[in-house]
Design a protein around this ligand. Structure first.
Ligand code: BGC
Length: 246
């Protein structure tokens, strides 16, 4: 039997990890959390991963890690909301070397997309599913008939002359103290743009604010079906573990 994979979600304030049961899509053991070091350089984050994995001494499966940036063949290529020293870092190699484990890095939204399609809000859905995470930035995942097209970066589309995530991420709502109606107006423009570009069959809305989905999803004026993510704050860890086995 294949070893249970381990997922790590590298976020702005916390680094969370747990072994994941791929049959249920849930944690196989209670997850652990360590505060994100400041600055969150690749070397400092690697040390946290070593500590985190040491808390699960009997778990020896492959390790998946989310990173909030473009990841191609294990190398990080963008750092819109993280320390700039990540750009050009071969994160697969760095973390594999630091932990002595087989580590595979994946974009954070792509991980959430994989998890939602396999176990969550888009489970069993065919056609094109677009997941967006509304947080500090806007992350995106494009999944067609269960197959991920990685690094879509739709939060960096232009919206009203700005980078979309700077206008429509949850951080923009908080920073500008927008009402839900005002924010929903910006989200409508963003999602209408996605509708025109991709004709998705379903849009899944993730990120921490998705727990308040009933306050803003009904205010969106779009044609496509839009649903809240189901896995909530487990999606990163579960998706990272899925990626590790992919
Ligand atoms: C990054 C994406 C990331 C998203 C959510 C964006 O600024 O460019 O790679 O998925 O934030 O963290």
């Amino acid at each position: 039997m294949a070893a249970t994979p381990f997922g790590i979600d590298f976020g702005g304030t916390g680094i969370k990890g747990a072994p994941v049961d791929l049959d249920s899509g849930d944690f196989a053991r209670e997850r652990e959390r360590i505060p994100t070091p400041r600055p969150a350089t690749p070397a400092a984050v690697a040390e946290v991963f070593v500590d985190l994995l040491a808390r699960f001494p009997d778990c020896d499966g492959p390790v998946g890690v989310t990173v909030p940036g473009i990841v191609r063949h294990g190398v990080v290529h963008s750092a819109a909301n993280i320390d700039p020293s990540w750009i050009g870092t071969d994160a697969d190699a760095l973390f594999t070397e630091a932990t002595g484990r087989e580590v595979h890095v994946v974009n954070d939204a792509d991980a959430a997309g994989l998890a939602e399609v396999r176990y969550g809000a888009a489970r069993g859905r065919s056609g094109l599913v677009v997941l967006t995470t509304l947080g500090t930035g806007i992350g995106s995942a494009l999944v067609h008939d269960g197959v991920l097209v990685p690094n879509s970066e739709l939060g960096h589309l232009e919206l009203d002359g700005h980078v979309a995530e700077q206008r429509a991420a949850n951080s923009a709502r908080e920073r500008e103290d927008l009402s839900m109606e005002e924010w929903a107006g910006r989200l409508t423009a963003f999602y209408r743009h996605l509708e025109r570009l991709f004709s998705p069959d379903l849009i899944v809305v993730g990120g921490g604010v998705s727990k308040r989905a009933d306050e803003f999803l009904p205010l969106l004026d779009v044609d496509v079906e839009v649903v809240p993510a189901a896995l909530r704050n487990k999606a990163g860890v579960v998706g990272a573990a899925l990626h590790a086995t992919g």
